[in-house]
Design a protein around this ligand. Structure first.
Ligand code: SAH
Ligand code: SF4
Ligand code: F3S
Length: 453
């Protein structure tokens, strides 16, 4: 027996996780931590100590996929040093490439598709005991929604917890790979969602973030007739959770009823992430987004007249095939009109299976890069101006924990509008709603002082 393997068999087995991608991937990684935790794996933050490495991957843009390939390349060296190391790749790149990944990376042991998370324990056992290399890409989830309830047993959920309410996407925006790797839209029954939220509340969770690719089309295909707004009302009225948020919403499914919910349900945070993607109708049509810029603006007006202090966040893309300078100017114009509090901006890239990859008139990287920089500069100005306008205001903040930069007494939390606020205060306030007077504003956060009760 080599020194290495003797050392490895001495203590508990160690799991190292790395997640690339969206909150759904974060959530799936937490599920894996839980499943393998029950099987005796201890989480480590030292990759050199790992017996199992779990990499959760994203394929939404070419860059994200490249990140996965280079990360996997770097793991080759670790596997050479420790041949007993087991490397698992899951998530959207795993779903997209399947067995090809095993072919490309000889040091990989297990490839798990996006619906294979519940099998991670059994398959890892097979890999570990029989030295097999496996690919598992099931067409549907192997366990029902209620298996997510075991999430409630996570060692220590934080103040804010994600709750999956639907999976997959049926929208087929022409640039997007997600419907191809996450499958058709499935909604989780309300009873299962409510049970999970109650369990999380009992464990001390104060805010839930309802997750799905397109949460506001929730309900399709369920035996009960239930709209997303009705689900929100049930969560609001039938649980004691302090705050409710959700993401992501599609403008085409933003109903009057949902806009009304923000005004009617006090524990629903007045914040929405509503991607607009482009300010040009011609481009929106080619993207298959099925709304116009005017329609998007009228939705924002509706939200702001229902709740004047609504926090607005969005996604936008530059360089979609055929995007002219004029189309791009229309995107900037829409940003100036709306003045989002937060904006995630991307440069278009071709994705396998996505129809836009077949379109003519692709833009050169330099043009896309220059547009992205111009757009981001404009957005930085807007955010800083909006954050500075917060100075002097008193905001209600849910305290999430100790601030990372601090030496102990700095707390961090969020306003209803999703702005990060740092301030001095005792650790007992974690998990409480407090009032903070804003005194300083930066690009990504605010600073303030705690108000007396
Ligand atoms: N379901 C969500 C999020 C999808 S992915 C939604 O519909 O909003 C997050 C963002 O990635 C998208 O909103 C889009 O702006 C961006 N994106 C998706 N595909 C892309 C591609 N091929 N190139 C560049 N950005 C892309
Ligand atoms: Fe992709 Fe569009 Fe679905 Fe969002 S709504 S995941 S952008 S296809
Ligand atoms: Fe990426 Fe898959 Fe999420 S492609 S954005 S990890 S659904």
């Amino acid at each position: 027996m080599s020194i290495n393997s003797a050392a490895a068999s001495a203590g508990p087995l160690h799991l190292y996780v790395h997640t690339i991608g969206c909150q759904m991937n974060e959530y799936d990684t937490q599920r894996v931590q839980h499943i393998l935790g029950v099987q005796g794996y201890a989480l480590t933050t030292d990759i050199n100590q790992a017996d199992v490495i779990f990499l959760n991957t994203c394929s939404v843009r070419a860059k994200a996929e490249q990140k996965v390939h280079s990360y996997l390349g770097r793991l080759r060296r670790l596997k050479k040093r420790n041949p007993r190391l087991i490397i698992i790749v899951a998530g959207c790149v795993a779903q997209q490439l399947g067995a090809d990944l095993l072919g490309r990376f000889e040091h990989l042991d297990l490839v798990l598709g996006t619906r294979a998370i519940p099998s991670v324990g059994a398959l890892l056992h097979r890999v570990a005991t029989r030295s097999e290399r496996l690919v598992h890409l099931p067409e549907s989830e192997e366990e029902g929604w209620d298996s997510l309830l075991r999430q409630g047993q996570f060692s220590a959920p934080g103040v804010v917890a994600p709750v999956t309410i639907m999976q997959g996407c049926d929208n087929f925006c022409s640039y997007c790979i997600v419907p191809h790797v996450r499958g058709r839209e499935r909604s989780r029954p309300a009873a299962s969602i409510l049970t999970e939220i109650e369990a999380l509340t009992r464990q001390g969770v104060k805010e839930v973030l309802l997750l799905g690719q397109n949460v506001n089309s929730y309900g399709r295909g369920l035996p009960e007739i239930l709209t997303f707004s009705q689900l929100l009302r049930q969560i609001h009225d039938e649980t004691t959770i302090l705050r409710i948020r959700f993401t992501t919403s599609h403008p085409k499914d933003l109903t009057e009823e949902l806009i009304g919910s923000f005004a009617e349900l006090p524990r629903l945070c007045r914040w929405i992430h509503l991607p607009f993607q482009s300010g040009s109708d011609r481009i929106l049509q080619r993207m298959n987004r099925v709304y116009t810029a005017a329609r998007y603006l009228s939705l924002i007006e509706g939200l702001r007249s229902a709740c004047p202090d609504m926090g607005l966040s969005s996604d936008v893309m530059v360089g979609f095939p055929g995007e002219s300078e004029e189309d791009f100017r229309q995107t900037l114009q829409l940003m100036r009109e709306i003045r989002f509090d937060n904006l995630f901006s991307f440069s278009y890239s071709d994705r396998p299976h996505a129809r836009a990859s077949q379109l003519p008139d692709k833009l050169p990287e330099e043009v896309k890069g220059a547009r992205l920089r111009e757009l981001q500069n404009l957005q930085m100005e807007i955010v800083l101006e909006k954050n500075r306008a917060e100075i002097g205001c008193i905001r209600e903040v849910l305290v999430e924990g100790l601030s990372k930069q601090s030496e102990g007494s700095q707390l961090t939390g969020r306003t209803e509008q999703n702005r990060i606020v740092n301030f001095e205060g005792p650790a007992e306030l974690v998990g409480r709603l407090v009032k903070v007077r804003i005194s300083d504003a930066f690009q990504h956060s605010l600073r303030g002082g705690l108000m007396a009760d």
